[in-house]
Design a protein around this ligand. Structure first.
Ligand SMILES: [Zn+2]
Length: 353
């Protein structure tokens, strides 16, 4: 079995995303649809439990032999570990979303950092200055499993450096204007049904208003009796009330759109502030959408800050604006902000902060 060069990496990433417990299957359907993986809900569910992806083949039960899994001859797409984590998430046994809720507020970067010495994931740990001292002080560190051989890092230092890095993401006015257009498009795309319903109702309301006007005109010209006029007018009024109630139920589209856009813009302009004030869950989601890979901290600074494509483009675009305003840049940014990471390798910026 030769893996499809386009589909295989997507499936691999899909397994990894799902194993984090941060996404529902519905989220993944949406996320991967834009990336080009067209798959139905039921097929996704079957895919996620197919042992072929971890290199195993299911041998059906035969006579006295129960069903079993054997090593296949093909190259596995994902590790067995990932596969079984995915089964756990899928069956709700390992509810990582719940676990994440218990993620310690002191260590938002847990699972986002790798050890520069051994490559393991860093996690948060606390230690104090020992009981012999009068005042016990607690220190927070990020460290890997090889406690004795690798360095550990004070959380304050890492957090400050990250904040500085986020502060440096300052989109130019042109980028913001473009981003605003993208947000409006995005909102309209997602809310097409609602907009259509509102427009339909507006049209019906206008029609009834017109009918009422015509009716009044006829009545004024003595073309219909008062009795008929009152009866018809009554019908129109009732219909009008129903339509207006239905429209009110759909809410104020423009207001909601404005709210959505201004939130998006303020998020992009105040990323570091927003991050600082967010809870650990939102921090985790933000980090997941800002960085495409794990961060590496080494000797007082980040060795790698793998900003995802969209964020990198905002940076590059800013620089490019001074020199030439080419249309290509804007359309590139557009694609990348709306459809993050479609088949292109994420850009890795190695920046020292
Ligand atoms: Zn290490």
């Amino acid at each position: 079995m030769k893996p499809d060069p386009i589909v295989a990496p997507l499936v691999k990433k899909l397994f990894e995303d799902y194993s984090t417990g941060l996404y529902t299957q519905q989220d993944l359907l949406k996320k991967y649809k834009v990336k080009g993986l067209k798959i139905e809900r039921s097929a996704l569910s079957r895919l996620l439990e197919n042992p072929l992806y971890m290199g195993m083949v299911k041998v059906p039960a035969y006579k006295d032999e129960p069903e079993m899994l054997v090593e296949g001859l093909h190259i596995p797409l994902i590790s067995k570990e990932t596969f079984y984590i995915v089964q756990g998430v899928k069956n709700g046994r390992t509810n990582l979303i719940k676990k994440l809720k218990g993620k310690n507020d002191n260590f938002p970067l847990t699972s986002f950092l790798t050890c520069p010495e051994c490559g393991q994931v860093l996690y948060g740990s606390q230690s104090n200055n020992g009981k012999s001292k009068k005042v016990t002080r607690t220190y927070n560190y990020y460290q890997c499993n090889s406690k004795h051989t690798c360095k550990r890092y004070r959380v304050e230092i890492i957090h400050n450096k990250l904040e500085l890095a986020l502060q440096n993401i300052k989109p130019a006015k042109e980028v913001l204007e473009l981003f605003e257009k993208i947000l409006i498009d995005e909102y309209k795309n997602v809310k097409t049904d609602r907009l259509k319903d509102i427009n339909d109702l507006d049209k019906k309301i206008a029609d009834i208003g017109y009918n009422q006007m015509m009716l009044t005109e006829k009545f004024g010209l003595d073309k219909i009796k008062e009795e008929v006029y009152n009866k018809l007018m009554d019908c129109y009024e009732k219909e009008m009330i129903d339509l207006k109630a239905a429209k009110a139920e759909l809410g104020d589209y423009q207001h909601d759109l404005d709210k959505y856009v201004s939130f998006g813009l303020s998020l992009l302009t105040n990323l570091s502030e927003f991050y600082k004030n967010a809870g650990v869950e939102v921090k985790t989601k933000l980090l997941g959408s800002i960085f495409s890979n794990k961060l590496e901290f080494f000797e007082n600074s980040f060795r790698t800050l793998p900003f995802n494509e969209a964020i990198s483009l905002i940076g590059n675009y800013n620089k490019a604006l001074g020199r030439n305003k080419n249309k290509k840049g804007s359309s590139q940014l557009r694609t990348s902000l709306t459809v993050p990471g479609v088949g292109i390798e994420p850009t890795h910026l190695s920046t020292r902060v």
